[in-house]
Design a binder for this molecule. Structure first.
Ligand SMILES: [Mn+2]
Length: 287
């Protein structure tokens, strides 16, 4: 039977007062943030970097939200329940108006529903690992707070896969021999850079070089690495300016933020299907 999760009631002001022992609102929210980040870190530390999706139910993939809290709320209100897996493909902060609220909301949901929500790492979660500009969220934080967020986000997983042929990650494929080698990737190394910073171009070619610190990859690279990993369809995000469908219906690029585009796309995959051989078997929705 389908059951949606109840939202937690907001505590009354006097409850907050008694929990926090008379601290001011600002102090208590900082304490709350630190506790939330600690709890979430513990969960991420116990997740592998490569997560296997189950063979039943649906997987819902969400592209970059970039401070679009409304997008996050719409997707999770509609799909976060015990029967679905929701996979956010990274880039929760910067650009949009509600970066802090967006990342805190996602971390709260992760603590509440650790089994049904997966938060992958995007390049914007790795500011402390590899700096970039502009970065309005990170630069709005004190150095101490940046480190506090980094201690948690450093442990985010990098990729998900399903037995029926799907691979999900933020940017581009890592040039590894085995899919399982993703578990050995360290934040900041070359494979990490390919996953969170990599771009695809729908043209012939393998490794196409580097564009402003973003490694570029073509069709031959895509086919080569997907064959090695024995996967058919890649669902990723990161590039708002490419065709959603690349490499002959085998690479879907999602973007789920009004900070970038006038539409917000997500994808729904039936995990019980024996095989997903092309994007024809993936439902794209707009929220
Ligand atoms: Mn990105």
């Amino acid at each position: 039977m389908k059951r949606t999760f109840k939202r937690e009631k907001k505590p009354k002001a006097e409850d907050v007062q008694s929990i926090t022992g008379g601290r001011t609102r600002q102090e208590s929210s900082a304490v709350g943030e630190r506790e939330l980040l600690d709890k979430a870190r513990e969960i991420f530390e116990n997740e592998p970097r490569l997560i296997a999706l189950p063979n039943n139910g649906k997987a819902v993939f969400v592209g970059d939200t970039h401070g679009d809290l409304d997008a996050t709320e719409k997707v999770t209100e509609k799909y976060l329940n015990e029967e679905n897996m929701i996979v956010f493909l990274g880039d929760y902060v910067d650009r949009g108006d509600h970066s802090l609220e967006n990342i805190l909301h996602l971390l709260r949901l992760k603590v509440e529903y650790p089994q049904n929500l997966i938060l992958l790492m995007g390049n914007h979660e790795g500011f402390v690992i590899k700096e970039f500009y502009p970065a309005n969220f990170w630069l709005s934080l004190s150095l101490e707070k940046r480190e506090m967020f980094d201690r948690t986000l450093f442990h985010l997983p990098f990729a998900v896969y399903s037995a029926n042929g799907i691979l999900g990650l933020h940017g581009a494929l890592p040039d590894l021999e085995w899919l399982e080698d993703i578990n050995e990737i360290k934040p900041g190394d070359g494979f990490w850079n390919q996953i969170v910073w990599g771009d695809f171009q729908d043209m012939e070619g393998d490794v196409l070089g580097d564009y402003l610190g973003r490694p570029q990859f073509g069709r031959d690279y895509f086919n080569r690495v997907m064959a090695r990993f024995d996967k058919t369809v890649l669902i990723r995000a990161h590039q708002p300016n490419v065709s959603a469908n690349m490499f002959t219906k085998r690479c879907l690029t999602l973007f789920t933020s009004y900070a970038y585009l006038p539409f917000r796309s997500i994808a729904v995959v039936d995990l019980a299907k024996p095989e997903i051989s092309s994007l024809d078997q993936v439902d794209v929705e707009f929220i």
